[in-house]
Design a protein around this ligand. Structure first.
Ligand SMILES: CC(C)(COP(=O)(O)OP(=O)(O)OC[C@H]1O[C@@H](n2cnc3c(N)ncnc32)[C@H](O)[C@@H]1OP(=O)(O)O)[C@@H](O)C(=O)NCCC(=O)NCCS
Length: 152
């Protein structure tokens, strides 16, 4: 099951993300950042109602553009379709908001390509995203791939 996140999910979301961040698979997120952006988040639940995955759709600037962020499925629950469900929820939400384009920065380009994303040079992304990148210890030499999808 997939649902929008609530404030009570923030700590679990942070655990999920930061477990992968500690393996350098994604960027870490502070609890404060998750609380402030909790309305961006969706969560995936196992049959017992425990949160096993998360993902966020974050509107960027005024160009009908949004970023897909913090997509993570607990290791034990991967390859069961949760990632795809989260991605579809974000894409449906983006369409409902009349977002024209979504993008992501990820080390998993193959996963994103399954959903119609194509790789683009990072320089094609709006300058606003560099504000976040500038604070990353890996900047400017991170290996994340920029991916873009036009919403139908
Ligand atoms: C990437 C991730 C979210 C995928 O979640 P998942 O629940 O395992 O994905 P699903 O089971 O829904 O898989 C959907 C499809 O993508 C494929 N897939 C899953 N992970 C993939 C990967 N890393 N590379 C390529 N294909 C992948 C699956 O085989 C499946 O294909 P199919 O429909 O042809 O069978 C998960 O592996 C994860 O949390 N990784 C660590 C964090 C991370 O790298 N996040 C990426 C965004 S920053």
């Amino acid at each position: 099951m997939i649902r929008k996140a609530g404030i009570g999910d923030a700590k679990t979301i942070q655990k999920l993300i930061n477990a992968f961040a500690s393996q350098d698979l994604m960027l870490p997120r502070s609890l404060n950042e998750i609380f402030e952006n909790i309305r961006d988040f969706w969560v995936a639940l196992d049959p017992n109602g425990r949160v096993v995955g998360c993902a966020a759709l974050h509107i960027v600037g005024w160009d009908n553009l949004a970023e897909i962020k913090s997509l993570a499925v607990h290791k034990k629950f991967q390859k069961k379709g949760f990632g795809a469900l989260l991605m579809r929820s974000l894409l449906e939400e983006a369409a409902g908001l009349e977002i024209e384009k979504v993008f992501a920065l990820s080390y998993q380009p193959k996963f994103f390509k399954k959903f119609g994303f194509r790789t683009v040079p990072k320089s094609r992304l709006p300058h606003k995203i560099w504000a976040e990148c500038c604070h990353c210890p890996k900047f400017p030499n991170c290996g994340e791939i920029a991916l873009v999808k036009t919403i139908g």
